[in-house]
Design a protein around this ligand. Structure first.
Ligand SMILES: O=C(O)CCC(=O)C(=O)O
Length: 260
């Protein structure tokens, strides 16, 4: 099958809203991308990116809350040719095309690096709350630079709920998230992954993650891709063109007004 997904994998994604594909990037690729991250870290990272607000009391003890931290960097592909080329790597993009294709537009890249023992959780949410689109033809590809076992705060999903569409999130002085009494980490499926694995998810899929309780870093890079004919409604990078990494951009009235 080369870089393509098989019918079982596509059916799993349609039904559950996510898909774990082991070993997409080989050890050497992951090593090179990880080394490049060291430079990006020192130069561009936001060293205090952990999400705040009262949900933290549900997820962590008082001591854990004092220590919890997260490093985040947006759009690393604008700072590094290596990471720019990774966004169009056929091992990644051909599989995305099997989920939303055949035309694929890069929307953003984001690094979430959870430090050892203090790497902050993410409360359950849909990414649609951050960059809403009209259709579910938008895939987040979580590229694992380090191993992410369950106790390192691996990604977790509520399977199948993407089929219900976008939900209203709590908003205010912090990142949007779902009410913690109705959407609980205990009801999620953990997806532990190894360095080089990719976990794909739909932007309407509910997901989150727990604290990193190991003594190792947990670095995961999110590549957001959409069908270029899927109009964005709100949020991050609204009305901005991203690079077409596969196929072509159609010229349609719904996309009028977008800028470079
Ligand atoms: O990196 C994680 O553990 C969670 C990331 C996440 O929630 C997201 O990328 O939207």
């Amino acid at each position: 099958m080369g870089n393509r997904l098989n019918e079982d994998q596509k059916a799993f994604y349609r039904q559950n809203g996510y898909l774990h594909v082991p070993g997409v990037f080989d050890r050497r690729t992951v090593q090179v991308l990880g080394d490049e991250l060291d430079w990006i870290f020192e130069t561009w990272a936001d060293h205090d990116a952990a999400w705040r607000r009262p949900w933290r009391e549900t997820y962590m003890t008082e001591e854990e809350r004092r220590e919890a931290n997260l490093l985040a960097i947006n759009d690393m592909h604008l700072h590094s040719d290596l990471w720019n080329r990774a966004t169009a790597d056929p091992r990644l993009v051909d599989r995305v095309a099997d989920l939303i294709g055949p035309h694929v537009e890069l929307h953003h890249t984001t690094l979430h690096a959870k430090p050892p023992e203090t790497g902050s959780p993410f409360p359950l949410h849909q990414d649609n709350a951050f960059f809403a689109h009209a259709q579910p033809l938008y895939v987040d590809a979580l590229v694992h630079i380090d191993d992410a076992p369950e106790d390192a705060g691996c990604i977790r999903f509520i399977p199948g709920i993407h089929l219900d569409g976008p939900l209203v999130h709590l908003r205010g002085d912090g990142a949007p998230h779902l009410p913690v009494d109705r959407y609980r980490l205990a009801d999620t499926v953990a997806v532990p992954a190894r360095a080089g694995d990719i976990v794909f998810s739909c932007l309407w899929t509910i997901h989150g993650s727990d604290l990193n309780r190991t003594n190792a870093w947990r670095r995961v890079v999110r590549f957001g891709y959409r069908d270029p004919a899927n109009p964005q409604i709100d949020g991050f990078a609204l009305n901005q063109y991203g690079c077409i990494v596969r196929g072509r951009r159609p010229k349609i009235p719904a996309l009028a007004g977008m800028v470079r």
